[in-house]
Structure formats: structure tokens, C-alpha cells
Design a protein around this ligand. Structure first.
Ligand SMILES: CO[C@H]1[C@H](O)[C@@H](O)[C@H](O)O[C@@H]1C(=O)O
Length: 691
């Protein structure tokens, strides 16, 4: 067991009774139709069944008793009754139905859809149902994706390195493409399709312009061809200065006719090679990247020029909203302040791609206020699967609860219940395009993500992209079963470990709304790092600790970032007594003796939370230990060792932060809590992480 198969293990069914029931009901299978996608589904079903059932299941031409029938509606003829047809009409291009049918004197399990890709999704779901050993005697599953564009974003560079990647080098072998199609590409596509991911941005948003050269475009085409059968479109990140860098123009000004022409030609060239190419992802005028503002133009000018080039080919632009430059201001305000005025000004094939929170993938942030403020612009939610700020591939942190917290946040944009999920689904204000993006955590590590549990974050992203209303707890249960099997004791243990892991990380890294406390590598704590005067003398720090208290005043009396949220929410965040405690120090500068909801003073509460983070990691370690006989030795030992590392790092986070904040609070760490083993100087001298 090396984890390569991810959640597509198809281990032999353990329960004898279930196995024989399955074998009775699944004696053969039939596919109707032919296409590359049908072939992919067929291969998946054949391999999956023989592995799950422990014997080869034959393929037949005609519908037989006790068989699986995989057929698009168009091929079902009289076998599809009115009800089925009506049901399918609700499911769109990618939806599917799995249903037990009795007809023509035969019983069979039907997997049907409006398109071949729906059949592939249905086949994957069926195999997942079998792997979870649930009854298939009365199956009636119908499902469809709630978002149209469900994309991974790779921050992979052409040289094989990955920005913020912690699982090895890029899986995309630009050197050997287009000639060599690695087996990994196919398995990558299978894994994505199995959870409904239908697009991938192949390269880093800090984009090397070379991706648009003919040399690279044939490589992009080779990948597009490999992924197409699995319903996955390819996209690339583009460098806004590409007309200069690879096009030899003197400018990249979006108002310049030659520049417009260059992009049009480039788009035509791409679509000549890849007729179903997805489009461009763009990071412009952000962290040193070129952009339209270099020429006095706006974000909308830049985005709309690219959109115009792609529009004839039905391509889209994903324009990122991640910008900040004014260090004198409250950074969390900037993205909203810059993009809020663009509402309704983008061309119709442009998404504004917005990170889940207003800063940058921190362990906890309130939702990005743009989600409540852009009714005339399709928003693509961007989350990060790679754990840049959550312990890299060393810490076990299941991100499902983070995704759910963001998705279920109520924006109050149109009254109560207008959650981020509903906004991006286009249910609050109708949108022609809907989508979500996850920054991939995949590398060429044999098990793809280095930490075995990081696979769960890829899985959860896919499942929650398909249906943003899913609960993180249900999703991880699926993954646990598919990855570790059906033993009840094991599953209970895994559920506990995973479901408390994110809150543990928040506690030992930044409880009560503290944020941006990390060192320059983003792995270890350095709350002192930004705590120096900015050029004009103001402090840059995000925690703003002083003798009086701690926290960033973003109330109306402070930076007034609260005003970026809708009325009811603004009021709630603005008042220290109604602000959710998890965001207390995000929005307020509170006194060290402020009484928190537990009755403890703020300082003591902080000490308790930081300690709770460490204690929870220890509880996770203990729980894992009890599962020893239920997990294969290889994974058991790997995770055990990683948890040992995580515990050490959690202690470092707790002690470094508490000791540093104590220099302001001048209060003792409560005696009943574990005292730091070293002094502050020790932590300041610690090397930043290795990565
Ligand atoms: C790709 O650059 C990244 C950068 O490495 C990262 O530290 C930050 O989280 O966000 C940037 C972004 O999202 O553009």
C-alpha cells in the first residue's frame, strides 16, 4: 500500500454477506454507445468490479437479468419511461441516475445520463456505493453538479517546481510532453473525474509567459487530449505582459490595437489546437505581476480585452481579486475596495476569482466581503488545498470544515440565508456562469500529496464543488471508507481525528481571530516579524498587541473594514459583544482583561486556546495509536511519524506566540497549563522551516 490509488482502491468487499449479495445482483454489465468517455467508464467499471467482487465480471451486448446497464438516455428507447425522462431533464449535461429497474422480465441496475460524461460520473458513484458496502437492492440515486466550473488551479511552473507545493515536483513533465503521456496523467484525470472536477489550470498564476509559445501549446494540447475523455478541460494562467515578453511588442497596454490583435491571434492559435480549451486565469497587478494598471488602465479593461479574444471560442477569463499594495492601510480592505466598484463592468465571460477570505488562506478568516457585494458579476470562489498556512504536508488538517464554514457563511446580501454557497451557485442573483477553484496540493510524491490525509482535501474539494451544500463531516466519512475501509471502530476513530484537526490548527496557530503570525516560509510562528514600523511609522502587524490589549480594530472607529459587510452583519461584527468570538481579534482590539464567553479574561482565554490546540493534537495521536491494528503498517507508521512532528510544531506555535504576546500582556500563563520549555529568544532563533 503506497497510497498511489487514492480513494480509488476498490479493495475487496470484506463483509461476506454483502459480497454474495453484490455477486448475485451484478453478474454482468452492458454499455450502450461508444466514445472515449464510454471507454473510460467501461475500463473503470471492469477494473473496479473485478477488484471489489474478487472475480471477473463479463461484459455482454444485450440487457440481461442481474446486470449493470450503462446507457445514455438517447440509447434507452422504450426502456426509459416517462418518469425517468422527466427526471433526467432536471439533471443537465453532467448529472446522472442510478436506479434498479424491473422491465422485460429482467432486473438490472441502470446508470443513465444525458451525456457520456454523466455516465462516467454515474459509474464512479456506483463504484463508490459498492466500496462503502451499502445495500444496492433498492437504488435510486440522482445527482448533478450545482456549479458549472469545478477547477483545480496548479501553481506549477514549467521548470517542474511548484509554488507553495509540498508534495514533490510537478506531475506535468513539460520536458517529455507532448511525446510521453505518463500513466499519472490518466490516474490524475480519473481521480478528478471521480469527484466531479471538470477543469484544470495547468500552471502557476505567477505565470511564465512561455506557456503561450507554440512550443508549450502543443504540450498543453497533449494534456488536453489525455484529459478530455474524463470531462476535464484545460486552462492556462497567462502573464499580462506576454505580448512584450514573447510577442516582441513594445507594450501590453490593453487599449493598444496591436495588443488586442496579439491576444486575438493567440486565442485563435490555441483553439486551432484545442477546440474545447477552457480559458485564461490571470493574476494582474498583484505581488509584482504585470497588469493593465501599468498603463493606467483598469482591471476591467484588462480582463475584457482577454475576454473579447476568447469569446468567439466560448472561452472564459478568471480574473483574480487577490491584490494589495498599500502597506499603510488595513490590507484586508484592499481587495474589496479595488473590486467592489467593478460590479457589473466585466464582460459576460469573465469571472472574478475571489479567495475565501480577505487576506490570504489563513487558518481562519471571515468570508471575503466581495461575496456579498457583486450581484452583477459571476464570482469564482478560490480555496487553497495546498496547506501553505496550515502546516504544509506535515500537519494533518482536514480542510472540509474550512470550506463549509466559508460556504455556509451568510452574506446577508439579499437578507438572511444568502450564503456564500448560494451566491456562487447563482441563487442569490442569477449568474450565467458559476464556479469554484482549488489550489492543488498534488505533486509527484508517490501518494500524490505527501501526507496521506492531505488526499482528503483534494477529495473534499471535489465533492463540495459538486455540491457546495454538502457537510464536511459526511464528505470525510466517504473518504475514510474509500481510503481505509469499512471497519466501524476505525471509522469512528478517523472521524474524530479528522473532524477536530482544523480547529486544532486554528487554536495552536491563531485562535480568537488572530491571523498572519507566520514566519517568512509560512510554516512556523513569527508573530514578531511584521511587528515593526512600516515606512511612515505605523505598525504593520496584524495582531496589534500592546500593553492594553490585542487585536486589530476594524470597527467603524478603526479601519472600518466592517463596513464592507452588509448592514446586519456589519452591526454584528462592529459590536464587540455580538461579534462571534472566533473573529474577536480580527475585528476588535480587546483589553487583556476583557471577559470572554467562557468567563476567563482574554489573556487567559488565549492561553487556554493555544494549549487546547496542542492537547487536541495529542488526542489525535492517541486516537491514531488505538487504530494500529486496523491500518496497514506502512500508512500507520507514516501518519504516526507525521503526527509526532505536528505535535512538536504545535508546541512551538503555542509557546512562541504566548511568550511573545506575554511581553505585552505582562500576565502569567495560568499554572494549570503546560509552561513553555524555552524562553522567547530560543523561539526567535529557531530556523525557519525546511520545506
Ligand atoms: C501564487 O502566489 C501566491 C503566493 O505564493 C502565496 O504566498 C499567497 O498565498 O498568494 C499568492 C497568490 O495567491 O497569488
Amino acid at each position: 500500500e503506497d497510497g498511489y490509488k487514492l480513494w480509488l482502491r476498490y479493495d475487496r468487499i470484506q463483509n461476506k454477506k454483502t459480497l454474495s449479495l453484490y455477486q448475485d445482483q451484478l453478474k454482468q454489465y452492458t454499455f450502450m454507445g461508444s466514445s472515449a468517455t464510454i471507454n473510460a467508464a467501461k475500463t473503470e467499471l471492469r477494473n473496479g468490479l473485478s477488484s471489489l467482487l474478487g472475480k471477473k465480471i463479463p461484459e455482454t451486448d444485450a440487457i440481461k437479468n442481474n446486470s449493470i446497464v450503462v446507457a445514455p438516455l438517447s440509447r434507452l428507447g422504450a426502456n426509459a419511461d416517462k418518469e425517468l425522462r422527466a427526471q433526467l431533464r432536471q439533471l443537465g449535461k453532467e448529472g446522472f441516475i442510478i436506479k434498479n429497474i424491473t422491465g422485460g422480465g429482467k432486473n438490472y441496475t441502470l446508470i443513465t445520463a444525458n451525456s457520456d460524461i454523466g455516465l462516467l460520473y454515474g459509474t464512479f458513484r456506483f463504484l463508490q456505493i459498492l466500496a462503502s458496502e451499502t445495500s444496492i437492492a433498492r437504488l435510486s440515486v440522482s445527482d448533478f453538479p450545482r456549479l458549472q466550473n469545478r477547477l483545480l488551479n496548479h501553481w506549477d511552473n514549467p521548470d517542474g517546481s511548484i509554488e507553495r507545493g509540498y508534495a514533490g515536483r510537478s506531475i506535468f513533465e513539460w520536458n517529455t510532453l507532448p511525446g510521453k503521456i505518463s500513466r499519472r496523467y490518466i490516474d490524475y484525470a480519473r481521480a478528478n473525474a471521480s469527484v466531479g472536477i471538470n477543469g484544470t489550470v495547468l500552471n502557476n498564476v505567477n505565470a511564465n509567459p512561455n506557456i503561450l509559445t507554440p512550443e508549450y501549446l502543443v504540450k498543453v494540447k497533449a494534456l488536453a487530449d489525455a484529459f478530455r475523455p474524463y470531462g476535464i478541460k484545460v486552462y492556462v494562467s497567462v502573464n499580462f505582459a506576454a505580448p512584450i515578453r514573447i510577442g516582441k511588442l513594445a507594450t501590453a497596454d490593453p487599449a493598444d490595437p496591436a495588443v488586442k490583435q496579439w491576444w486575438k491571434k493567440k486565442a485563435d492559435e490555441i483553439y486551432q489546437l484545442i477546440p474545447d480549451f477552457g480559458g485564461f486565469c490571470v493574476k494582474a497587478n498583484s505581488e509584482g505581476q504585470p497588469g493593465p494598471q501599468d498603463y493606467g488602465r483598469s482591471h476591467t479593461d484588462g480582463a475584457n480585452m482577454l475576454a473579447e479574444a476568447l469569446a468567439p471560442h466560448r472561452g472564459i477569463v478568471m480574473w483574480r481579486a487577490f491584490v494589495y499594495k498599500n502597506r499603510e492601510q488595513d490590507r484586508i480592505r484592499e481587495s474589496y475596495d479595488e473590486f467592489h466598484p467593478t460590479n457589473g463592468k466585466f464582460a459576460s465571460n469573465v469571472f472574478l476569482q475571489v479567495k475565501n477570505g480577505p487576506i490570504d488562506f489563513q487558518p481562519r478568516e471571515p468570508f471575503h466581503p466581495l461575496f456579498g457585494a457583486m450581484d452583477k458579476t459571476p464570482l469564482m470562489l478560490e480555496v487553497q488545498l495546498t496547506q501553505e498556512y496550515l502546516g504544509f504536508s506535515t500537519h494533518l488538517v482536514y480542510l472540509g470544515p474550512l470550506f463549509e464554514e466559508c460556504l455556509q457563511s451568510d452574506t446577508y446580501a439579499k437578507g438572511q440565508g444568502t450564503t456564500v454557497a448560494k451566491v456562487i451557485e447563482g441563487k442569490v442573483s442569477p449568474q450565467k456562469m458559476t464556479g469554484i477553484a482549488g489550489v492543488a496540493n498534488i505533486g509527484d510524491a508517490r501518494n500524490w500529496t505527501a501526507h496521506p490525509f492531505a488526499q482528503a482535501n483534494w477529495y473534499a474539494f471535489g465533492r463540495m464543488s459538486w455540491n457546495p451544500e454538502l457537510k464536511a463531516s459526511g464528505v470525510i466519512r466517504e473518504w475514510n471508507i474509500l481510503t481505509f475501509g469499512n471497519n466501524k471502530v476505525l471509522l469512528d476513530g478517523l472521524q474524530q481525528i479528522t473532524m477536530q484537526s482544523r480547529e486544532a490548527a486554528v487554536n495552536y496557530m491563531g485562535p480568537l481571530g488572530l491571523t498572519m503570525l507566520m514566519d517568512i516560509s509560512h510554516y512556523r510562528p513569527a508573530p514578531w516579524r511584521r511587528d515593526k514600523p512600516a515606512p511612515t511609522g505605523t505598525r504593520e502587524s496584524f495582531h496589534r498587541a500592546d500593553e492594553k490589549g490585542i487585536g486589530f480594530d476594524r470597527t467603524a472607529a478603526g479601519s472600518d473594514a466592517v463596513s464592507q459587510y452588509a448592514g446586519a452583519l456589519k452591526e454584528r461584527f462592529n459590536d464587540i459583544h455580538t461579534c462571534p468570538e472566533k473573529f474577536l481579534l480580527w475585528f476588535h482590539h480587546a483589553d487583556w482583561d476583557y471577559k470572554t464567553s467562557s468567563g476567563k479574561t482574554l489573556w487567559n482565554e488565549l492561553c487556554y486556546r493555544y494549549s487546547a490546540g496542542v492537547y487536541t493534537v495529542r488526542a489525535m495521536q492517541n486516537k491514531w495509536e488505538t487504530l494500529k491494528t486496523l491500518v496497514d503498517p506502512e500508512r500507520f507508521t507514516l501518519v504516526k511519524n507525521l503526527l509526532t512532528e505536528q505535535e512538536k510544531e504545535a508546541v512551538i506555535w503555542r509557546d512562541a506566540c504566548l511568550l511573545y504576546f506575554q511581553t505585552f500582556s505582562k500576565r502569567p500563563i495560568p499554572a494549570e497549563l503546560e509552561a513553555p520549555a524555552h524562553d522567547l529568544e530560543y523561539y526567535k532563533a529557531l530556523k525557519v522551516s525546511m520545506n
